[in-house]
Design a protein around this ligand. Structure first.
Ligand SMILES: *[C@@H]1O[C@H](CO)[C@@H](O)[C@H](O)[C@H]1NC(C)=O
Ligand SMILES: *[C@@H]1O[C@H](CO)[C@@H](O)[C@H](O)[C@H]1NC(C)=O
Ligand SMILES: *[C@@H]1O[C@H](CO)[C@@H](O)[C@H](O)[C@H]1NC(C)=O
Ligand SMILES: *[C@@H]1O[C@H](CO)[C@@H](O)[C@H](O)[C@H]1NC(C)=O
Ligand SMILES: *[C@@H]1O[C@H](CO)[C@@H](O)[C@H](O)[C@H]1NC(C)=O
Length: 396
């Protein structure tokens, strides 16, 4: 198993002193209890510095109460605000809409907004004029400040049709403002977490719903021969729901499938070493991409997100299970050869580990990766068995 293939060991951070590690743990721990230490910052808008005066809120609240209780003869200011046909008059009628999202059944469907987006808005002007463009794609990078040059180069390969979202694992966010694009990007800062941890928490399918494609990428990818718009054109052309760019064949690539082929645009199947594949249509011979630079369609991501386990943060084994999310997998999962990347394998998430029993930190991380892989496999096969068993039971 090549550790760097998941991009987990590829973060460069200097080794930590034990004291520092300890402090870091405590901080993280405290952070989890007191609201996650999540700094979501929208640099162009200082939202946190603006708050509605509580006076305004209580006034509205009071009038609402008054209005619902009093006769409807004289319109209150709130009535003017809401319009005369507002549902306030319908308080005696109960609303119950089973087709609404769970928990929102009491709301009239017309007001329910079950999905959202990551578009930045202004604090002024007309809401429907806020957006000068609506990005159709999302790209996320899980980053440390040390990799800024690489990320800067990568971001430049993504057009204005992309929302840029950075997950910071080292707590450094404002420094990124040396890049102009950073001021329009979305920064999520939680220390020492993995790409899949962030993806599970911040990329819920209902949050990224407007994006046709979602790139969930590591920070150590060389993008000299990559153009995101051209990549998406090929993805559409070949009907790929899950894809990745070909990897420049350099030493140490683990899987044949993700190696770039110089003679074609796309490939969906490969030959592996004898014994690796049970069938030409299953991983790692087909229906397979790695998890360092995957690209998901909206529908595929809706499925894959649900498969990510909250506690299995390294995502090992996910690549072998992606095929469960699309049908037929060997046609809808593939590698784009014409737009390719270089995996630079900067060794490192290992150094984000903790030294235990005198072992080097990276060893503990590697062991956990492997353990997670087998846990994931076990959970998956148990879940499948339970499902099929339940089918048998109900049919009797
Ligand atoms: C109120 O309802 C009437 C008839 O149902 C409709 O013609 C009118 O446009 C509505 N007004 C508002 C502000 O919704
Ligand atoms: C509601 O009706 C009142 C008269 O009953 C009218 O003065 C007011 O402008 C109406 N408000 C709206 C939003 O239509
Ligand atoms: C309020 O509801 C009642 C009963 O449903 C209806 O008769 C009345 O016209 C409604 N008033 C307004 C202002 O919509
Ligand atoms: C953004 O997407 C639109 C529609 O697909 C396309 O016409 C345009 O060229 C894209 N922008 C860039 C910079 O490629
Ligand atoms: C379900 O039932 C079929 C035949 O009745 C049997 O062959 C199969 O093994 C059963 N599956 C499970 C998961 O129990």
């Amino acid at each position: 198993m090549n550790l760097s293939r998941m991009g987990i060991f590829t973060r460069s951070t200097g080794s930590r002193k034990p004291n520092e590690s300890m402090r870091s743990i405590v901080t993280t721990f405290v952070g989890v209890f007191f609201g996650f230490l999540v700094g979501v910052s929208f640099p162009t808008l200082s939202l946190t510095k603006f708050s509605l005066s509580s006076d305004v809120l209580t006034t509205i609240d009071f009038k609402y109460t008054e209005y619902t209780k009093s006769s409807l003869s004289s319109p209150t200011p709130l009535q003017h605000l809401l319009g005369n046909n507002s549902s306030v008059n319908a308080t005696s009628k109960k609303i119950w809409v089973p087709s609404n999202p769970r928990g929102a059944e009491r709301l009239p469907p017309g007001i329910v907004r079950a999905e959202t987006d990551l578009y930045l808005r202004r604090l002024w002007g007309k809401p429907n004029e806020d957006l000068t463009s609506t990005p159709k794609y999302l790209v996320t990078f899980t980053v440390g400040y040390n990799q800024r040059k690489n990320i800067d180069a990568a971001v430049k390969k993504f057009s204005g049709n992309f929302t840029i979202l950075l997950f910071h694992y080292d707590g450094r966010t404002t420094e990124w403002d040396e890049f102009d694009w950073s001021k329009e990007a979305i920064h999520v800062s939680v220390r020492r977490q993995t790409k899949w941890w962030y993806a599970k928490r911040f990329l819920h399918p209902d949050i990224v719903a407007p994006y046709d494609y979602i790139f969930i990428w590591d920070e150590d990818l060389g993008v000299e021969h990559f153009n995101a718009e051209k990549y998406i054109k090929l993805v559409r052309k070949h009907g790929l729901e899950i894809s990745q760019p070909g990897l420049e064949p350099r030493k140490g690539l683990t899987w044949q499938m993700t190696k770039r082929r110089g003679d074609r645009e796309v490939h969906k199947e490969t030959e592996e070493k004898p014994g690796r594949c049970n069938h030409p249509h299953v991983p790692p011979c087909a229906a397979f991409v790695e998890i360092m630079a995957p690209v998901f369609s909206r529908d595929a991501w809706r499925c894959v997100w649900h498969m990510i386990q909250n506690d299995l943060v390294h995502g090992w084994g996910l690549d072998f299970a992606l095929r469960k999310c699309v049908e037929p997998a060997h046609e809808k999962i593939g590698v784009i050869d014409a737009q390719w990347i270089v995996h630079q394998s900067v060794p490192s998430l290992g150094s984000q580990g903790e030294s235990e029993n005198g072992k080097a930190p990276w060893k503990g991380v590697k062991e956990r990766c492997k353990k997670e892989w087998s846990l994931f496999q076990t959970r998956f096969s148990r879940a499948e068995k339970a499902y099929f068993k339940s089918l048998n039971n109900t049919s009797h």
